[in-house]
Ligand binder design. Structure first.
Ligand code: AHM
Ligand code: MG
Length: 338
């Protein structure tokens, strides 16, 4: 990769990606570019968080006399507003909304988008990295407003996926199935520049990410795997724990540095019986990114995340994701081979 290429903008890269797909019409390019704009707006708001008192309750007023929204509400509305009138989307699903979201009449396009507008909600108020995760499918309904079926497609059918992380800098990572690229926002010019070309997740790591507070409730396979990593690792010494509690931030660190993230089922019944994370707008898009970067993503019974047929918008799924050899090893524990 030449030094010149390293400075290209995300919009230019998205157009270059389009050229790799001869059948492309430019619609996906337009959609992704609108998503980039949404990311910049949310990033600006996140960066103003302490100053504008935006972290207060919805309905309060900030120092400019404007209505204050919580950041997750703001992020959700920002993405919906961009997508509903961009002309390339036919239907949306958001973590914040129980039902599908329609686009403005007359603006129906050919894609369905599912998103978590601000993942890591418990970290919003405390200046810890949070992010937007997105998953895009081509519609399967014929025309007009899209339907839930356009969203309930397998991860393998995604045409693009990625995230924007609002951290020490704002970084957008995405794939259209031709590798994974990362772009860092230069706030002085308001542009994302290529900073992480052709990301490859290290094949094995020294880090595991899991909420160890739940260890007493884990099934034996999870407990034995984590104990093995703490004791022996994968041949290069004991692993260290890194857990932020924002999936997008834990994932991003593991993508760049190597690592394995787990949110598995546990023995308690109820909500956590399928883990906590959502298939459509958390697990599936990150699974596409990690596979494109050479890693793996499976459930805690060994199914490939991307092969799961969704049955509902907000379904949960147990997730083991990260460096290939780390996930391979987890799989051996799940199968009882270790
Ligand atoms: P959210 O989408 O409401 O933020 O919830 C999902 C988050 C993930 O970002 C993170 O991995 C997980 O919840 C942390 O959960 P826990 O506090 O149980 O470890
Ligand atoms: Mg989330």
């Amino acid at each position: 990769m030449s030094a010149k290429r390293k400075g290209i903008t995300v919009s230019r890269q998205i157009m270059d990606d389009q050229l790799l797909h001869p059948q492309a019409t430019g619609e996906l390019t337009g959609l992704l570019n609108d998503l980039v704009v949404a990311g910049k707006i949310i990033s600006a708001e996140v960066n103003m968080a302490g100053l504008a008192d935006i972290l207060g309750q919805s309905g309060r007023t900030n120092i400019q006399g404007e209505d204050v929204q919580k950041l997750d509400v703001f992020a959700n509305q920002t993405i919906i507003r961009r997508m509903e009138q961009c002309g390339h989307v036919c239907v949306m699903a958001s973590e914040e909304d129980d039902e599908i979201i329609q686009v403005l009449p007359g603006y129906e396009g050919n894609y369905a988008i599912a998103f978590d507008p601000l993942d890591g909600s418990t970290n919003i108020d405390v200046n810890v990295s949070i992010g937007t995760i997105f998953s895009i499918h081509k519609r399967i309904s014929p025309s007009g407003q899209g339907s839930v079926e356009d969203l309930l497609q397998k991860g393998t059918q995604q045409v693009a996926a990625g995230y924007i992380i609002y951290g020490s800098s704002t970084v957008m990572v995405y794939t259209t199935g031709c590798g994974v690229h990362g772009f860092t926002l230069d706030p002085s010019v308001g542009e994302f520049f290529l900073s992480h070309p052709n990301i490859q997740v290290p094949v094995r790591s020294m880090y595991y990410s899991v909420n160890e507070a739940y260890a007493d409730r884990w099934f034996d396979s999870t407990r034995n795997y984590i104990n093995h990593l703490k004791r022996d690792g994968t041949g290069s010494g004991p692993y260290s724990l890194r857990y932020i509690g924002s999936l997008v931030a834990d994932f991003h660190r593991n993508l760049i540095k190597g690592g394995v993230f787990l949110y598995t089922r546990d023995k308690t019944s109820g909500e956590k019986a399928e883990g906590k994370l959502r298939l459509l707008y958390e697990a599936a898009p990150l699974a596409m990114v990690v596979e494109q970067a050479g890693g793996r993503a499976i459930t805690d019974d060994g199914r490939r995340i991307l092969d799961i047929e969704p049955t509902s918008l907000h379904q949960r799924v147990p997730l083991i994701i990260g460096s290939k050899q780390d996930v391979d090893l987890a799989e051996k524990f799940l199968r009882g081979e270790m």
